[in-house]
Design a binder for this molecule. Sequence first.
Ligand SMILES: [Zn+2]
Length: 206
Amino acid sequence: MLENSIIFDIIYKYMKNQHSTQHTAHTSVLANRQSDVIANVLYHEFAHSSHYSKVGNTFWFNYVSYVILNGGYGNASTTGSERIEVSEGWADYVGYEFAHARYGLQHSDMNNRTNTWQVRIENFAAKPVSGNFPFDAGGTMFDMTENGEPFFTLIRDEVQTYTMNEIFNALQPNVTSVQDFHQVVLAQNLNKEILAVNFLFSDYGF
Ligand SMILES: [Zn+2]
């Protein structure tokens, strides 16, 4: 069976090819209207299934139980919401990045062409403060892969060398909070950029 990381790589390359071949076919912005929104959701759900395949039934039973108990994701102060911060963070990060890889500037926000899916995840700074929703680590994970941050988020992002595969590898079955993720991703990568990583997670409030 293929490793998940390899599957990601294949799908990522497939979508990049799709993008270049369809770029000429879809010269009309209207032709892509809202299909990027649907694609973002599909990539998001695909990311959940990849996470499930890695962490197994116990993690996922607790995830589903939490959602049923709280009629949804609850908010940042709901008991057990730390698990949601990890799982929704991963799914948001992948969903937005893949939507950007597929659509680039051909997204459906016609009133703001600079508002790409990548810009949206770059601007995503939903902090886990009491009562807040969303409150997941999607923006944090994205920020680990590139440098720079819009001023208004007030987050120090000087981390830039982590990859999607390294982030995925850290989603171990016992990683049930962003704090767990923070420690595991550092340990697995020889404390790469540790000072900047610590500032990043601290500024997000994790
Ligand atoms: Zn989700």
